[in-house]
Design a protein around this ligand. Structure first.
Ligand SMILES: [Zn+2]
Length: 114
């Protein structure tokens, strides 16, 4: 990977983290307990509870992704970013620009599934 590609990925990771942090704040709010007396407008209480559990699942995903992206930045600093943790080969730039927190290359990811 070139320095330029690495720089692009760093920017991508930082902007993804910024976006995810906004979702995190929103979801933090959307997963608060629903008071029985709350005025829900057009939503019924059952709907609000359903919505809340969807948001809780999203919130967990957002938190996991934030952690993985934070780790990816750490790996950039220590120089291990972009190498597959299983075989040590370089992970292609295309894969990293789609999923910058990738830890393993495509062949290893395929093997893992089997
Ligand atoms: Zn690999």
């Amino acid at each position: 990977m070139t320095e330029k590609e690495l720089g692009q990925l760093r920017k991508l990771i930082i902007s993804t983290i910024t976006e995810l942090k906004k979702s995190d704040i929103y979801l933090e709010d959307a997963t608060q307990p629903i008071a029985p007396s709350v005025a829900l407008g057009r939503l019924t209480r059952m709907e609000a509870i359903g919505e809340k559990s969807v948001n809780e699942a999203r919130h967990i995903n957002v938190k996991q992704r934030l952690e993985r992206l934070g780790n990816a930045l750490k790996r950039m600093d220590d120089g291990s970013f972009g190498s597959c943790i299983r075989c040590g080969n370089e992970i292609p730039f295309g894969r990293l620009s789609a999923v910058p927190e990738s830890l393993i290359c495509v062949p290893c990811a395929e093997k893992k599934k089997r």
